[in-house]
Design a protein around this ligand. Structure first.
Ligand SMILES: Nc1nc2c(ncn2[C@@H]2O[C@H](COP(=O)(O)OP(=O)(O)OP(=O)(O)O)[C@@H](O)[C@H]2O)c(=O)[nH]1
Ligand SMILES: [Mg+2]
Length: 406
């Protein structure tokens, strides 16, 4: 794992009508021919993503997209794909020309801002079109920073880059630490990682690697064990660990093994603080107690993966919740974005940890739940709850723990 995970990068999307020079701008920014440029409107058909470093911001992920003014059946599908990218990004660059900027761009800016992202405008092709002070004043009135450039001659491209850096620096992509605020300097953290059928061959999964790195960055020490080894490792330590973090699926066993006074949580819970909102998920999980026969629950997975026979979202969580409530519930699975799905019928959403999506996307999903006033929780919180150990698994987080009452 020697690169910054994509989910931790600032995500930048380039939007605008066809042929305005979006791909040319991406190529100018990256200094590479990432995207094909041509005079034919509709050259870029599928979103193209590229990782790069921008000095002053660090690692970013840039999406070039298809023109948002495309029409017809295929064009409409391209626009849909571009709109899906809007939900993933933190910063949008709306490209236009001094001659073209108008209602379409204003609508794009409104849509971007409504999704909680920041925007800047790039007016391109100034070698062809004279500057348009009326348009510039209008953009100023909208409170959106802009630059007037030519991707052909390179004029003012540095100013456009500068705007991206200035705006990008102010954006919170992720919390800067996963566990740094709950562990002490020099403390020992015991990580419990089951090596079962679901574990990838020959390596650890990304959230585990990220937690280990974060522990090291915070000058603490990590010991990694499988659940079978907890007992003897705890016995052999001179001082008990300050914190135990385990996989949600073994939280019941681990909570029994961890001595009173040692804080316990799960990988899923620490990650839900990073991308989602732990307090919201703790509030949401309480809805399980009032589910009735026939109620529908939506299990949301960030990515599409090939399900295992005993899949966590498809099999285990539905089984555990059904056993816990004693109710006859209906579970559906949604893999991928939930924005397009009618979710109004569901009584509860249970989201995966979201290790493959960024904070912006997870917040979008929480907003979707909000719009329908549906409680939302996540896998880790729900699993600990139905096993009766959530209070213990929230021991590093007194505020969220207090939301559970006595
Ligand atoms: N004169 C001039 N031409 C430019 C400039 N920037 C881009 N072009 C040209 O404009 C045409 C379209 O550029 P692209 O970068 O492919 O535009 P796009 O917005 O990605 O277009 P689609 O992918 O079709 O939506 C190409 O012929 C470019 O060479 C510029 O600053 N000045
Ligand atoms: Mg293009």
């Amino acid at each position: 794992m020697n690169t910054t995970p994509v989910a931790n990068r600032l995500h930048i999307g380039i939007f605008g009508k066809r042929n305005v020079g979006k791909s040319s701008f991406v190529n100018a920014l990256t200094g590479q021919s990432v995207s094909i440029v041509s005079g034919v409107a509709g050259t870029t058909t599928d979103p193209v993503g590229k990782t790069m470093e921008i000095s002053g911001i660090g690692p970013v992920y840039i999406y070039d997209t298809a023109g948002t003014d495309d029409s017809g059946e295929l064009g409409g599908m391209r626009v849909e794909r571009t709109k899906a990218i809007m939900g993933k990004i933190n910063l949008a660059v709306v490209v236009s020309t001094p001659a073209d900027f108008g209602i379409h761009e204003r609508e794009l800016l409104t849509e971007i801002q409504a999704r909680g992202s920041r925007a800047i405008v790039v007016l391109n092709k100034t070698d062809l079109f004279p500057r348009n002070l009326l348009v510039e004043e209008e953009i100023r009135q909208l409170g959106v920073p802009f630059a007037v450039v030519s991707c052909l001659t390179g004029e003012n491209l540095d100013a456009a880059k500068g705007l991206i850096v200035e705006t990008g620096k102010t954006l919170e992509v992720e919390r800067s630490t996963i566990v740094g605020d709950i562990i002490g300097h020099g403390e020992l953290v015991l990580l419990v990682v089951p090596i079962d059928l679901g574990a990838p061959k020959g390596r650890l999964i990304l959230p585990q690697v990220q937690v280990i790195r974060d522990i090291l960055d915070n000058d603490a020490a990590a010991i990694v064990v499988k659940e079978r080894e907890i007992g003897y490792v705890l016995d052999s330590l001179k001082i008990p660990p300050g914190l135990v973090i385990c996989d949600s699926q073994v939280v019941l066993k681990v909570s029994g093994d961890v001595p009173p006074g040692v804080k316990l949580t799960t990988f899923s819970i620490v990650f839900s603080r990073l991308k989602g909102d732990l307090a919201r998920f703790v509030e949401g999980v309480k809805r399980i107690d009032s589910l009735e026969d026939g109620d529908r629950v939506l299990i949301c997975e960030a990515c599409t993966h090939h399900p295992l026979a005993d899949d966590i979202g498809r099999v285990k969580i539905p089984r555990w919740i059904s056993l816990y409530t004693g109710r006859d519930l209906r579970f559906d699975i949604q893999a991928g974005p939930i924005l397009d799905r009618d979710i109004s019928d569901y009584k509860l959403l249970i989201h995966c940890g979201g290790c493959m999506i960024n904070r912006q996307e997870m917040q979008g999903r929480i907003c979707a739940a909000d719009q329908h006033a549906i409680p939302i929780t996540n896998y880790g919180v729900a699993i600990s709850y139905v096993h009766g150990v959530l209070k213990k698994a929230l021991s590093p987080f007194p505020y969220e723990q207090s939301l559970l009452g006595d």
